[in-house]
Design a protein around this ligand. Structure first.
Ligand code: ATP
Ligand code: MG
Length: 335
């Protein structure tokens, strides 16, 4: 069983997008997956079409209240179980601060599922605090999504430093096994330069005993693709939302690399196999968004003959409006 943290403390690099679409590809070809949203922003939970405000039992209860993992996991379609996040997850840092063994609570909770699934993926928050530490303690692998920007390199060295410490003190089995470039633009010379620098950095260190000694720099580069940004609005992974898109092609290719990492004779996932498992009748009406003209307006889509409305944006705007009204009226009452 592979337990993989998807981590980078830099925000907005593609951690959640990579988690939801890798999990989507693997689950659709029959791999059993548990996926954990360890980010208080709960973006991964939203990507699966759930509203975090409706959920009673989340990762918070497992980490801070001793709730059993089996009581908190939600069935999300074929082969996927989700440990969801909620806003209260932000309290974990403080609530665990006095607990002995606080960095291994998640590790202990996952023990009950040892060998029960093929993969556990953990979507980490953009920070190196207690939640990320728990993810690293529980994992045997880390994937790092990276954008080809100058500042990404600085963040990477901080992340590797922390990993060295975790590896030495808490989890000697932890390995950085993969790095993927996200939102990659092959046309810019900066992208090419950063790609070369990163490759040279890791190649130079191949003979040193570090947690990233055997890191795989994935051949697949995830291109910037508007469909990947739209799919969460419908609570769908890219394979249910826009199977023909470059986003689907890239994440399918990445999923094949991930499977091939530990199996020389790994099966290959194809578009045909993605369509034939579980979601065989799924048809998404394409073309509400014109990629070429960059029109990003979102409208209803038809999936499996049901009309699906973009969930997140509407409810978030309502929420924003009502919260703002409350804040304004409270501050007026205070005066
Ligand atoms: N390849 C891509 N093409 C276009 N948009 C993308 C792509 N990958 C991610 N995005 C968009 O970029 C934004 C950030 O992506 P994502 O949420 O996956 O990053 P993250 O690292 O999880 O962020 P955070 O650190 O806040 O958790 C999102 O709006 C997402 O839809
Ligand atoms: Mg995220």
């Amino acid at each position: 069983m592979r337990i993989i943290s998807i981590a980078n403390q830099k925000g907005g690099v593609g951690k959640t997008t990579t988690t939801v679409n890798l999990v989507g590809a693997l689950a659709k070809c029959g791999q059993k997956v548990i996926v954990i949203d360890l980010d208080p922003q709960a973006h991964l939970t939203t990507c699966f079409g759930l509203d975090p405000r409706d959920l009673e039992t989340t990762a918070y209860e497992v980490l801070c209240k001793g709730t059993k993992l089996s009581d908190a996991l939600l069935d999300i379609g074929d082969n996927i179980k989700l440990l969801s996040s909620g806003m209260d997850l932000a309290a974990v840092e403080q609530e665990l601060s006095t607990v002995i063994g606080r960095e291994t609570v998640l590790h202990d909770a996952l023990k009950a599922y040892e060998g029960a699934v093929d993969f556990i993926f953990i979507d980490c928050p953009p920070s190196l605090g207690m939640l990320t530490l728990n993810a690293f303690s529980a994992s045997n692998e880390i994937f790092i999504p990276l954008q080809a920007h100058f500042l990404s390199l600085q963040g990477l060295s901080q992340l590797l430093e922390m990993l060295l410490l975790v590896n030495k003190r808490i989890n000697p089995n932890l390995r950085v096994s993969g790095l993927m470039f996200c939102m990659f633009d092959a046309r810019t010379s900066l992208s090419a330069e950063i790609l070369n620098d990163i490759t040279a950095f890791f190649e130079e260190q191949r003979d040193q005993s570090t947690p990233w000694q055997h890191i795989k720099l994935f051949d697949t580069k995830i291109r910037r693709n508007i469909k990947l940004a739209e799919a969460p609005s419908y609570g769908l992974c890219i394979f249910d939302y826009a199977l023909e898109s470059n986003g689907a092609k890239d994440y399918l290719s990445l999923a094949n690399e991930v499977i091939a990492m530990d199996q020389a004779d790994a099966m290959e996932i194809t578009f045909a196999s993605l369509q034939s498992v579980g979601q065989s009748d799924t048809k998404v009406n394409e073309v509400t968004v014109d990629e070429v003209q960059g029109d990003t307006s979102l409208t209803n889509k038809t999936v499996e003959n049901k009309t699906v409305a973009p969930i997140e944006i509407v409810s978030s705007v309502d929420n924003l409006v009502s919260t703002t009204k409350n804040v304004i009226s409270t501050s007026q009452n205070d005066q």
